[in-house]
Design a protein around this ligand. Structure first.
Ligand code: GAR
Length: 220
């Protein structure tokens, strides 16, 4: 199968980047990471790229007073590496239309909550403080809004009484590492079709556990 060329945008630790690298190296994910771009220098994600001989570039956002200029530079680098699909993996900047128009329907993001609940930043803490019994993560196509694009896949995790926001964050992150690769593989296999807000996935299975309760039901 033809492998798709990825460009990965990062800002921090890069554990999602690492999971994608590991799934590519073990042959499960039909992709090649052509370039990693960070808007922050010195972050762990850059080290991870270096460890796997993946070209990594820093475009320090502080050098750009106009966001569009940052985006133009990033787009030029991605195009020069023949990137087919842009992966936002813990990338903490909002893309302008300049970027979105350069890769229409070809940019995906991961968000550590069950969208459309808890958009924006620090959402694991927000979900925890809200007292939800389930949270999770979402992979979606990027659009002009913040965390608003068509949803590809979501994973649900329970929130327990003795959790902390940190424990919840780790539980969600573990699922992020699985669903992001799955979403990319769906894309690589040409199985995703965007239809307005809906993303149709050709020949996808149905979930094994059709209902979840937290806490479990006792009599009903
Ligand atoms: C992940 O939890 C990701 O979902 C989140 O940042 C973390 C990055 O971790 N992204 C956002 O909040 C985007 N608004 P990582 O750098 O270890 O992959």
């Amino acid at each position: 199968m033809k492998k798709i060329n990825l460009g990965v945008l990062v800002s921090g630790s890069g554990s999602n980047l690492q999971a994608i690298i590991d799934n590519i190296e073990s042959g499960k994910l039909d992709a090649i990471i052509r370039v990693v771009i960070s808007n922050v220098s010195g972050v762990r994600a850059l080290e991870r790229a270096k460890n796997h001989n993946i070209p990594a570039v820093v475009i320090d956002h502080e050098n750009f007073s106009i966001r569009e200029k940052f985006d133009r530079e990033a787009v030029a680098i991605l195009k020069s590496h023949s990137v087919d699909l842009v992966i936002m993996a813990g990338f903490m900047k909002i893309l302008t239309p300049v970027f979105l128009r350069a890769f229409p329907g070809k940019i995906i993001n991961i968000h550590p909550a069950l969208l459309p609940s808890f958009q924006g930043l620090h959402v694991q803490q927000k979900a925890f403080d809200y007292g939800v019994k389930f949270s999770g993560c979402t992979v979606h196509f990027a659009d002009e809004g913040v965390d608003t694009g068509p949803i590809i896949i979501q994973a649900v995790v329970p929130v327990y009484g003795d959790d902390t926001a940190g424990i919840l964050q780790q539980r969600i992150l573990k699922e992020e590492h699985r669903i992001y690769s799955q979403a990319i593989q769906f894309y690589a296999e040409g199985r995703l079709e965007i239809d307005g807000r809906k993303v149709h996935i050709k020949d996808s299975g149905i979930m094994e556990t059709p209902r979840m309760y937290n806490p479990p039901l006792e009599k009903f």
